[in-house]
Write a protein that binds this ligand. Structure first.
Ligand code: HEM
Ligand code: CA
Length: 949
């Protein structure tokens, strides 16, 4: 716009043009002030909005918009500066032009006046807006100052903000001077401010979720602090047979350190706090709390001293300290009041919270002692309670037998108690967040995801590094023998595939509530079909033999499964979960399966017992189940899945495993076990011990376990005969190495080709190499068993079970009547048979056929699983259990996994044509509303098998 002419004609002409266009432009500028009024109104509104807005992302957006408005004004200063330049130009030009042409001179004067006028108006407007701008800047810097987000150190934020403020100050200075010379600097400030804004937003990663997350984490921390209290109290229940529901019931009622309890502690007349049931008559106030701590310590020291009289005495005083009567003082009915104890502990904690500042350390110790004492009391009561319970009516035996073989190991129980607490906390967290205005932009899945990722290691240290499952690091790369629990099998990820790990999810869990409840509604919102109805309609018994494969293939399959997976449940519940209202009256872990009115075997109106698998997740978030055996194919059914299990199975001499020798045929079987609980043939014919607790489930399984045990001892004996200097440990470990390699070799070279087909095993490179080494080891591949494998896919073998097991001599002639599996669950009598023992059963297995791999399952396990011989309808249905287990574990439907496997989703029953027989599809259609709802187990065994060996 402002240009200096060189004084010739053409330039003067240009000059004239330039003047007239400058005039027009100045008019425009003045007219623009109208618009600027508009901008100013916006800016005012923006400043108020910034002040009132509490959502960070909104603040940032407003900040940016309003900064832009400010920049617009700054540009106007620039314009104003231009008008000054133009005025100077004009003055110069007026002189030149006037000397050349008076007329032109006049018009130049007009222009000059014009420019001066415009400048005056603009400057006037700008001066009046100066105040507004200063307010805006102050408000913005205050807004920025309040943003302190996660991930950025305070120093960084402060530096950026103070730089920003300096520039705002300088800018305001410059603006207020509106000096023509200094106004240039405005530009520099503007540029710096712009870049600072960028820097600021970059550094702080300002986005709505950040602030939300900060709030979320604050909340989580608050609740996790609460959780710490729960965990301490929850620990009281660990190591006991206590129902998990009680934990759930008790937890939310506990007062926590971060939230005052709704009931204030009792007060004395002078307003000081009283101990509940205070017998000590102590002075109140701070010194009281310290004295309380001292008293607990004294009593605990006293309590720990040996000598029954002293101990009883101290215990009585201890009990009175916490306001609880001793067992002697109470009737039997008043025992087992752990929840009362916990509530008492809560009261004490609350009391100490209020009064405890003065002697925190000794209070911490007192807490610890109190908890140890309460655990002691709890155990004592449980024992007492169990004794009185045992003298009552004996519950149905079939339940105990099934229960025991599926029961959780102590370490799994410990883990699951913690998981139950985590699950409860998750629900509380989600509940609180949902009531919270902060949760507006987060989906439930996002929240769950965040919860799952929260690092709990500081407040909940993992306690599974113990003698039975040692977790030494670094992994010994040169270790010759595999560990029992799978630790360090994968050197890069030592925890992959370990005993007691969670099962691996391939897809997000499909719980009804997204967290915990078994899937129970169909895609259209109706109830899913009853598992027993599906079992009756789709999986009913049909005598179709497998023409190709022996019964040994089935038996091998079950043992392989026992090597890979075992997801236990709380067996103490099983006897009580068969009443149809047990999920309400007994435990939330009961999910009884109703018997339909037209059931061909069970009594309509009754229910089949079903107990949910124990939870095992180690973090907040949805329920997950654990695997209490090592996921690796490592012969763990022979050796055990932990150091401690392995030890008790060894002879500790010559590298051998313990055995029992049949007095009739002189051959070895598994060693006998002392416990009789679920064993139907004990004490006359005791059940056995092996690396897997399920070993005595039925005689054919005992037999195969025994064969592998014999193989171990055969090799151990050979090794010791040729290596005279080897000691027990070396022979044992070398033998174990050889036997587990044999076992793996059988599985990969013989079992898998029959199950998967030769084509698949070749394509997937599953066959053992004839020479050289496998080069494809991938340390990122997690060998942990997956949910759908354990809960559905590998249960395919249930359809291959035959009801009868032949017993043959070496010439394959029957030596004893067939064993009906329905009458022999947890009964080892036939193993003690002089002729029909292990060897004859194994010969039967290899020379008779298994049942076809299809949807049909023998009534031996579909109606009479664990039934008591002679007691009608005392059994269970393995197939109903499989289906319910899938829902219990939150695995998705058949269709979901079709998609996961890269197969087309079945959009209708019709689209399953070719995948399943027409008749199968019809059957499915009578029970399921939609192809979308088919349970994974049912879907898998309904498919036509691919060609195998
Ligand atoms: C006579 C033979 C068998 C009997 C009596 C039997 C019985 C059982 C029982 C009672 C369960 C527990 C079900 C539950 O509560 O969820 C189970 C689970 C299972 N079975 Fe079988 N089964 C037999 C054979 C097989 C075979 C041949 C296979 C595979 C080829 C197999 C694979 C599985 C698997 C993978 C599980 C899940 C284990 C877990 O993760 O806890 N079973 N079986
Ligand atoms: Ca294993």
């Amino acid at each position: 716009m402002s240009r200096i002419t060189d004084g010739n004609d053409s330039s003067s002409l240009q000059g004239t043009n330039s003047f007239s266009s400058a005039q027009a432009f100045n008019h425009q500028r003045v007219a623009n002030l109208q618009n600027s009024q508009q901008i100013l109104t916006e800016l005012r509104a923006g400043v108020t909005a910034v002040q009132e807005e509490h959502n960070v992302q909104q603040v940032l957006l407003l900040l940016r918009n309003n900064a832009n408005l400010c920049f617009k004004f700054i540009n106007m200063f620039q314009e104003s500066y231009n008008t000054v330049e133009e005025k100077k130009e004009a003055v110069k030009n007026v002189g030149i032009l006037a000397s050349l042409n008076p007329l032109a001179g006049n018009s130049a004067k007009d222009e000059l006046n014009n420019a001066e006028g415009a400048h005056k108006t603009i400057k006037g407007f700008l001066t009046s807006t100066l105040h507004e701008l200063t307010t805006a800047f102050t408000s913005f810097s205050a807004a920025i100052g309040s943003i302190k987000l996660r991930g950025v150190t305070e120093g960084q934020v402060t530096t950026v903000i103070s730089n920003f403020e300096t520039h705002i100050r300088d800018l305001t200075d410059e603006v207020s001077k509106t000096s023509n010379v200094q106004i240039k600097k405005v530009e520099e400030h503007e540029a710096k401010m712009r870049s600072l804004l960028e820097e600021l937003s970059d550094k702080l990663k300002l986005d709505a979720n950040d602030r939300l997350e900060a709030q979320f984490i604050k909340k989580q921390k608050e609740l996790l602090r609460k959780m710490q209290t729960y965990v301490i109290s929850g620990n009281l229940l660990i190591d006991s047979t206590f129902d998990l529901t009680l934990i759930k019931k008790t937890l939310p009622q506990l007062p926590s350190s971060s939230q005052p309890s709704s009931q204030p502690p009792p007060q004395s007349a002078d307003g000081k706090y009283l101990l509940p049931g205070d017998q000590l008559n102590m002075q109140m106030g701070e010194s009281f709390v310290c004295r309380y701590a001292k008293r607990v310590k004294q009593l605990f020291d006293c309590f720990q001293q040996t000598g029954p009289i002293l101990m009883k005495n101290c215990r009585q005083r201890f009990m009175s300290l916490i306001g609880k009567k001793t067992m002697e003082e109470e009737s039997v009915g008043g025992l087992c009041q752990t929840d009362e104890l916990i509530a008492r502990l809560g009261e004490l904690q609350e009391l100490k919270r209020v009064k405890g500042d003065g002697c925190r350390k000794s209070l911490g110790e007192a807490d610890h002692m109190m908890i140890r004492f309460l655990i002691f009391v709890k155990k004592e009561e449980d024992e007492f309670y169990n004794v009185s319970k045992m003298s009552g009516p004996t519950p149905f035996r079939s339940f105990f037998s099934y229960g025991k073989s599926m029961s959780a190991k102590a370490q799994a129980v410990q883990l699951s108690n913690r998981s139950a607490i985590l699950l409860t906390t998750t629900k509380m967290l989600l509940g609180e967040l949902q009531d919270d205005s902060f949760a507006f932009s987060m989906s439930r899945d996002d929240e769950l995801q965040k919860l799952r990722g929260y690092d709990l290691s500081r407040i909940l240290p993992e306690n599974d590094n113990n003698r039975c499952t040692p977790k030494n690091l670094p992994c010994n790369r040169a270790a010759k023998y595999r560990t029992f629990d799978g630790w360090c099998n994968n050197l890069k990820h030592p925890e992959f595939g370990n005993t007691f790990n969670e099962l691996k999810r391939l897809l997000p869990p499909a719980y009804e509530d997204g967290i915990d409840e078994p899937r129970s509604f169909s895609s259209s919102g109706n109830l899913l079909p009853n598992p027993r109805v599906i079992s009756n309609v789709v999986h009913h018994d049909k005598n179709i033999q497998d023409p190709m494969h022996s019964h040994m293939l089935m038996q091998l399959g079950q043992l392989i499964d026992h090597d890979l997976t075992h997801s236990p449940f709380d067996d103490s519940l099983l006897a009580n979960c068969s009443s149809c209202d047990s999920s309400r009256t007994v435990s939330v872990n009961c999910v009884p399966i109703p018997i339909p009115s037209d059931d061909p075997h069970f009594l309509p109106g009754t229910c089949l017992s079903f107990v949910r698998s124990i939870p095992g997740q180690r973090q907040l978030g949805a329920r997950n189940q654990l695997n209490q055996v090592s996921s690796f194919l490592d012969a763990s059914p022979i050796y055990g899945s932990t150091v401690c299990e392995a030890e008790v199975l060894r002879e500790m001499e010559g590298g051998r495993l313990l055995t029992a020798r049949s007095q009739w045929n002189g051959r070895d079987t598994l060693p006998q076990r002392d416990e009789v609980d679920e064993c139907r043939s004990a004490p006359q014919f005791p059940c056995f011990q092996a690396g897997d607790d399920r070993n005595s489930q039925h005689p054919a399984l005992v037999s195969l376990q025994s064969i592998l045990l014999r193989e171990h001892n055969r090799i151990a004996d050979e090794l010791s005969s040729i290596n005279r200097d080897w000691r027990d440990e070396q022979i044992y470990q070398e033998t174990r190495r050889i036997v587990s390699a044999q076992w793996a070799h059988i599985v990969y070279s013989e079992y898998l080709p029959k199950i998967l087909g030769r084509e698949v095993v070749e394509k997937e490179e599953l066959l053992p190499l004839q020479s050289g080494h496998f080069e494809g080891y991938d340390s990122e591949c997690d060998a942990t068993i997956s949910q759908p494998f354990a809960t559905a896919a590998f249960r395919f073998g249930h359809s291959t079970i035959g009801r009868y097991f032949s017993r043959l001599d070496p010439h394959f002639r029957p030596v004893a009547p067939d064993v009906d599996i329905a009458d022999n669950f947890d009964n080892t009598t036939v193993i003690y048979d002089s002729e029909g023992s292990v060897d004859s059963i194994v010969l039967g297995l290899v020379s008779t056929g298994q049942m076809a791999l299809d949807r049909h399952v023998t009534d031996g396990v579909r109606n009479r699983l664990f039934s008591v011989p002679g007691v009608p309808r005392s059994g269970l249905d393995l197939i109903s259990i499989n289906i319910m287990r899938g829902r219990d574990h939150g695995i998705g439907s058949y269709n979901v996994y079709r998609e996961y496997c890269g197969l087309p989703k079945a959009l209708s029953f019709f689209s399953l044509k070719g995948v399943m027989r027409d008749e199968t599809i019809e059957r499915l259609q009578t029970v399921y509303e939609s192809a979308e709802d088919i349970d994974l187990y049912t879907g898998i065994v309904s498919e036509l098998p691919l060609e195998g060996d």
